[in-house]
Write a protein that binds this ligand. Sequence first.
Ligand SMILES: Nc1nc2c(c(=O)[nH]1)N=C([C@H](O)[C@H](O)COP(=O)(O)OP(=O)(O)OP(=O)(O)O)CN2
Length: 277
Amino acid sequence: MALFVNHLTHIDVSLWCSTRGLVGCSWQVDALLEGELGDDGMLFDFGEVKPWIKRTLDSGLDHTLLVPTQAPGVEVSECDEGVCVRTTHPYVMEVRGPAQAFTLLPWESITLERVTQHLSAQLTEQRPTNVERVTLTLSDEQINGAAYGYSHGLKRHLGNCQRIAHGHRSRLHIFQQQERQAGLEQQWGAWLDNRYLLEEADIAEQTASRLICRYEAAQGHFSISLPAERCSVLPTPTTVENIARWLAEQIAKQTGTATCVHAFEGINKGATALANP
Ligand SMILES: Nc1nc2c(c(=O)[nH]1)N=C([C@H](O)[C@H](O)COP(=O)(O)OP(=O)(O)OP(=O)(O)O)CN2
């Protein structure tokens, strides 16, 4: 007997890729549970499936930086903050933070298939009575049009969004005179893709070529060092509300036209902002 729960939750992470660098991802999670029926005629109460799986994901890989420890140029060590990840390919990056902000995976690269198998095995190991196997399916949101992946951290967030390198893959909708602007969406989506967004106040050191962002949050001390060209600096915290407002202002200035931006934070949620030139 098998039980399925589609659209169970989402996972928002950043991952390190030896060709693309720091990549923000959002994955939809569907679950399949196989096993025997209990005396109550159920495999596992639907009311418990969702919280159990969500709890496991939220306290594990969700909102972490996924690090393929066998990838070329990746080095992981202990440091005062907890864990230090250094990379060389395709660019030099250093991230420091408490251990819970990282998921270290003994692979050469992070793929959706490997992450899916890893999480399915973890859940199967912790399975409740009657359940023999748990299989997750992770998928990218199908987006017809502009999309971008970004990474960031919100130091004031009391939950896991405070982690300095977690990310999202998001749609981007830009309206002028009530019409979607596909050209602008493609242009800005491509510009934003694989960027690190940070708040100006968190810049600890800056040169023409490198930027270091550092902050203290409830979970501990965090820092990230990246090539300046991979970063975009906002005057405010990088909440989706502020990202929407910042984009609307930039685009209104660029085009000389009143602009409304619908910025998404991962799948199915976001903020809208309107700006005049
Ligand atoms: N009003 C806002 N609230 C939150 C923002 C924001 O920008 N504006 N941002 C965050 C974090 O960046 C976080 O990454 C969002 O993660 P989310 O998926 O919403 O968090 P949860 O895991 O709690 O939600 P799910 O139910 O698992 O999708 C937080 N809040």
